[in-house]
Design a protein. Structure first.
Length: 107
């Protein structure tokens, strides 16, 4: 059975959606993701625009403005729910880690 699309999100997907809590242009996302992750996560422009297209098709984001080639986007309620579900999944993984190793013992 094929895996449900966006059942889990990659780090890049997660941070792109996180950026879109507030309306922004694609180029803004390219700057914001590294800034919010202390340069730990980067998104290439090809990856970003591919993700934006997939997110649009899935109804996870919507386009808000088109100014020539510049397009701005914002998270939809469906996207917010997807982001929350992923946050809960990550939090559960961290809780599992803590239950096995104890708080802060993995370092």
């Amino acid at each position: 059975m094929p895996r449900e699309k966006f059942h889990t999100l990659t780090e890049q997907m997660f941070y792109v959606l996180l950026c879109l809590k507030n309306e922004c242009y694609g180029m803004d996302i390219l700057d914001r993701v590294p800034a919010m992750t202390d340069e730990r996560v980067n998104v290439g422009s090809g990856t970003l625009y591919n993700l934006l297209e997939q997110f649009l098709e899935a109804g996870v984001i919507r386009e808000t403005k088109v100014e020539g080639r510049r397009r701005s986007y914002i998270l939809t309620e469906k996207g917010r729910e997807m982001l929350e579900k992923e946050y809960q999944r990550i939090w559960a993984q961290a809780a599992d880690y803590r239950s096995i190793f104890g708080e802060g013992k993995g370092k």
